[in-house]
Design a binder for this molecule. Structure first.
Ligand code: CTP
Length: 418
């Protein structure tokens, strides 16, 4: 069921209906009164092949399929766009119209794609409602950041229809990594110069933590080996905190043999200072004058995921490549050079998906195929990545004990293997 509420992003709902139908879904569109100001029921009926519902009090429609029956019919409810007003009603459990009533009456998972002006999204009341809805088990996808129809720039754009399709598909897949051991590296490493100084990088750890969370949600036993980034460990994930590349290497090596899948998301320092001073380096230490800057000699760190990939009968190994030029070509070469089964590349020269952003866009590359992971939140991108890796490398896992019976998965039309 696709709920459409009254925001300008409603024009994208038509494309979304098209994507969902092409992927094999039966789509029942439910419009609010506000939505009907932006898109016509005729457009959405033509695209979905079903009469659009928009009225709780329509005796004819109610006679054909009453709202409770309709609520039971839905395997999943996606509300896109979800306005601030709609989110406020849903957070309160209010049911003044058909769509809110259906959301309340249905046991199906509810996904929401918030879309509104950036100031409305940042408003304390909206943030409170978003947190309430998330705590109630609703999944929020987006909003994305960028230019808005009103001319503002900021968070509030509806996630793109392609990203919403991916989130819907991911929600239909069963726990595909059930009972598999998965290890994820995340965050930066710190390479000490002396007891108070280190070399490091801007990695926030957000993407790695989101991937560990998504793997755990897909049923895996997840170990997260994390450099210092101050994020809380996701639920059901064993977190091992490390500082330097050598610590991370040791922690990963000790656990590599028992893993089915290792995903290297950490931004590991390629080099470390050749020596680590035991005492704080003073301006005039070692006979240098204060005016003479010290030279830092560096030595290479071990390549953590390349060493795992080199293990005989080792796990499936997936790397990340943050590139600033020739992203795809560099990543294809990097995958082969490190002996990886797959690599996820993102172009970090794009400021919208930089190290500290909550969003990302990437391409997953494996030996005989590539797939784009559209611009979206790091959490939904992580869920989509995990489903692709499960399809590619563990096609038969998760179908036995522990797999939750779900409605028929939508087909995933992709290049190469699917
Ligand atoms: N990586 C690793 N150990 C290292 C360096 C990198 O495990 N010492 C992993 C990262 O976690 C990531 C992948 O290798 O999954 C790619 O890292 P990147 O820094 O892009 O690759 P480099 O080999 O350092 O290549 P570049 O010359 O582009 O820096």
């Amino acid at each position: 069921m696709l709920g459409v509420t009254g925001g300008i992003a409603a024009y994208k709902s038509a494309i979304l209906v098209r994507h969902l139908c092409n992927a094999g879904a039966e789509v029942q569109v439910v419009l609010t009164q506000g939505a009907a100001q932006f898109v016509t029921p005729v457009t959405l009926q033509a695209l979905s092949g079903r009469p659009v519902r928009d009225d709780l009090w329509d005796p004819e429609a109610e006679a054909a399929m009453g709202h409770i029956e309709l609520a039971r019919w839905a395997d999943l409810i996606l509300v896109a766009p979800a306005t601030a007003h709609f989110m406020a009603e849903l957070a309160q459990g209010a049911a003044p119209d058909l769509l809110t009533t259906l959301c309340l009456a249905s046991d199906a998972p509810v996904l929401l794609a918030p879309a509104m002006n950036q100031a409305m999204w940042r408003d304390a009341a909206t943030q409170r409602n978003a947190a309430t809805l998330a705590a109630d088990g609703k999944r929020l996808i987006g909003p994305a950041e960028g230019e808005q129809a009103c001319g503002d720039v900021g968070p509030g754009r509806m996630a793109e229809p392609e990203a919403l399709l991916e989130a819907v598909q991911a929600a239909f897949l069963s726990p595909r990594l059930a009972a598999l051991n998965v290890l994820v590296t995340a965050g930066p490493t710190r390479e000490a110069l002396d007891p108070v100084r280190f070399l490091s990088n801007h990695s926030s750890g957000k993407q790695g933590y989101a991937i560990a969370k998504a793997a755990a949600e897909a049923g895996a036993r997840v170990t997260l080996v994390s450099g210092p980034c101050g994020l809380p460990a996701p639920a059901n994930v064993e977190c091992i905190e490390v500082t330097s590349a050598l610590d991370m290497h040791e922690a990963v090596q000790a656990r590599a043999a028992e893993q089915a899948l290792v995903i290297g998301v950490a931004a590991v320092a390629d080099y470390r200072p050749a020596t680590q001073a035991l005492q704080k380096i003073k301006k005039d230490s070692a006979g240098r004058g204060a005016a003479e800057p010290p030279a830092i000699a560096l030595v290479e760190n071990p390549d953590i995921i390349a060493s795992v990939a080199a293990l005989p009968n080792g796990p499936v190994v997936v790397g990340f490549a943050a590139e600033t030029e020739n992203a795809l070509d560099n990543a294809r070469r990097k995958r082969r050079r490190k002996g990886l089964d797959a690599i996820v590349v993102n172009d970090v020269s794009n400021p919208k998906i930089g190290f500290n952003s909550d969003h990302n866009a990437a391409t997953l590359i494996w030996a005989d195929g590539e797939v784009e992971l559209a611009y979206q939140g790091k959490e939904t991108l992580a869920a989509s990545l995990i489903q692709h890796l499960a399809n590619l490398f563990f096609p038969s896992s998760g179908e036995g004990a522990g797999a939750v019976a779900k409605p028929t998965p939508l087909s995933v039309a992709r290049s190469g293997r699917s």
